[in-house]
Design a binder for this molecule. Sequence first.
Ligand code: ZN
Length: 174
Amino acid sequence: MGEIYTHDIADCPCGQGKIVREHHTPYNPWPSSHESVEISCTGCEKSWEVSYGGSELVERASRDASREAEKAYEKSLNSISDHLNSLLSDYPLPSFKTQKEEFAYLTKAGLYDGKIGQYHYARRDAEMADIAVVRIDSFIVPKLIDTVGNADTYKDLLLQGQAAKKMRLKKRWQ
Ligand SMILES: [Zn+2]
């Protein structure tokens, strides 16, 4: 239980209601008042919401669309990584005398981003190729596609990724 003071800070988008700042002061021995911004309009409440931080209104539809675009972009990045990693098993990685040399190669090639201790540990029951993870920016990507991949398949995946990225920026900033 406590007290709530409210005051209007703006008209709502449709003009029938208000955007209100609520100041909550709970009845208890320790000071823990806080503020929140609410939409005081039945219509606008349905299609708008107060942004995180309470400084602006976000249209629910565009927020959902932007979340969808974000998901699509992530998905396209994942399918590129999956594709690259599926090629790795056919790719002849160089062989080394020591795990330390393997680690140095993988790190330099952008195929591993753990520490040497983690590498030794993982290597106890896995092959070098199983531990390596190909990212889009790994140095071996052009050679990987050249050797065991298909340039057109990869290009298609990249184009899909770029298209998804464009959607994402458009939704976010429009
Ligand atoms: Zn309204």
